[in-house]
Design a protein around this ligand. Structure first.
Ligand code: ARG
Length: 480
């Protein structure tokens, strides 16, 4: 029996029924649907639309169904289209005709969007925990690799020495913003659509405020047309998820390069890599590659949802049913990717010597040497030019900057058009001063600003991140 079948004389074509069915997808919102219904029953009872004994029957029936859903014993009937009709039909089977009062003053249009907001709220709470766990793993690695030096690159070319811990904390910053974006979107969807009906608002004096509060929303939505047809909150969650995946994908990309023998910076644990069916020698970073690959899919989910919305007039259109598959896919993919990356990072081995050796390539202390000349009064442009000459000299001799002899240094300075630089060439301590500035350790220490890579700054940043994460994780109890 179709719950909406009154005016129909013919059966629905089975192709149409199969085409419109969404229960395979929206069944994950069953507990949210039932919670919404229980709050709605309370609202109906408060204004006398159901008698107290009827309300008790409805509530008990809904609670029993909730238990069935949670234990996996709920009998889903695919012929019943979606989660809402399945729950209502199951309720009728359990408590009889009084179940027919449940849908008073409610449409599936306000119901589905209430369910989805409730689902999103608990899913984002779960994602937040997983994001925090990956931050924890990254900070854990930064703590283990306190002094590990990495040749920082820009344009993939050697740039300046940095601490590996500083590099890892960059991802912690991104993940913190991802948490903020998810929470921010959620705050805007913190309104209950129940009572909006199909488009115009319920035809009964429901206390929408009370129902909203019973469901943990801060209040009711302000416009029934908007409430039933807006999916901003879906797009916002998808945008935040797509961006979080992009962040994970960048990390995954680095892991793939760094674990290749050409770099040899890191070794993946066996548990977070896989072999080849043909080449016995292979150890591949497949989990990282899949995170990178699935990022494409999640970006597609965001695009799909925007494209679904763009041509829709107000108010509810059935197209809106297409909001759920991309949302569920994206957030599920993000959750799994966060877990995989957390495990991968926690079990990663760093080859400190290999990273340190790579820092001796590419004259990455050149900027620090130029800065040292600036501190002696040379204008930065002139210092840049002079050190550029030194780099060319070192390249020709195939030595590092700190291995250049006094004569080479003095000759370059003496040739400078800048009088201060030329004057420095005459001072006996100049070569030693520049050589001291050209070691990797000195270059690192010189970036001593807030947010810089100087070891004392990074140590402070790691300690701060650790304290914050422990506090936040402590607040939400032990993780399962
Ligand atoms: N399955 C539908 C959805 O996800 C529920 C709402 C159906 N409403 C309707 N008027 N047919 O949007």
């Amino acid at each position: 029996m179709r719950l909406w079948g009154g005016r129909f004389a013919e059966e629905t074509d089975e192709r149409v029924a199969a085409f419109g069915r969404s229960v395979e997808t929206d069944a994950v919102m069953a507990v949210d649907d039932i919670d919404g219904s229980i709050a709605h029953v309370d609202g109906l009872a408060a204004v006398g639309l159901v008698a107290p004994d009827e309300a008790a029957l409805l509530r008990d029936g809904l609670r029993a169904l909730r238990a069935e859903v949670e234990s996996g014993t709920f009998a889903w009937d695919p012929a019943l289209e979606d989660v809402h009709l399945n729950v209502e039909a199951a309720l009728a089977a359990r408590i009889g005709s009084v179940a027919g009062k449940l849908h008073t003053g409610r449409s599936r249009n306000d119901q589905v969007v209430t369910d989805l907001r409730l689902w999103l709220r608990r899913t984002i709470a779960d994602l937040d925990t997983r994001l925090l766990r990956l931050e924890d793993a990254l900070v854990g690695l930064a703590e283990r690799e306190r002094d590990t030096i990495l040749p920082g690159t820009t344009h993939i070319q050697p740039a300046q020495p940095i601490l590996l811990a500083h590099h890892l904390l960059a991802y912690v910053e991104m993940l913190e913003r991802d948490r903020g974006r998810l929470a921010d979107g959620l705050a805007r969807s913190d309104r209950s659509p129940l009572g909006s009906g199909a488009i115009a608002g319920a035809g009964y004096p429901l206390d929408r405020d009370a129902t909203a509060r019973a469901l943990g929303f801060s209040g009711p939505t302000a416009n029934s047309i908007d409430a039933t047809s807006d999916r901003d909150f879906v797009v916002e969650a998808l945008a935040a998820a797509a961006l979080a995946m992009v962040h994970l994908s960048r990390l995954a990309e680095e892991v793939t390069w760094w674990s290749s023998p050409r770099f040899g910076y890191v070794r993946l644990s066996d548990a977070f890599s896989t072999g080849s069916s043909m080449m016995p020698n292979k150890k591949n970073p497949d989990p990282a590659e899949l995170v990178r690959g699935r990022t494409g899919r999640v970006i597609g989910d965001l695009t799909a949802s925007l494209a679904t919305l763009k041509g829709l007039p107000l108010a509810y259109q059935r197209d809106l049913q297409e909001d759920k598959p991309p949302l569920f896919d994206a957030l599920g993919t993000l959750a799994a990717s966060l877990d995989v990356m957390a495990g991968l990072v926690a079990t990663l081995t760093v080859d400190r010597a290999q990273m340190r050796a790579a820092a001796d390539e590419g004259y990455i202390t050149a900027t620090a040497v130029a800065d040292a000349l600036v501190r002696e009064g040379v204008p930065f442009r002139a210092a840049h030019h002079a050190v550029g000459r030194l780099v060319a000299e070192a390249e020709e001799r195939r030595v590092t900057l700190d291995a250049l002899d006094d004569l080479a240094i003095v000759r370059v300075l003496a040739a400078s058009e800048d009088p201060v630089a030329a004057d420095l060439a005459l001072r006996p301590e100049t070569a030693a001063l520049m050589r001291a500035a050209s070691t990797v350790e000195a270059a690192l220490a010189s970036c001593d600003v807030v947010g810089g890579t100087a070891p004392r700054r990074v140590a402070g940043a790691v300690a701060e991140a650790r304290a914050r994460i422990d506090r936040e994780r402590g607040d939400r109890g032990p993780t399962p």
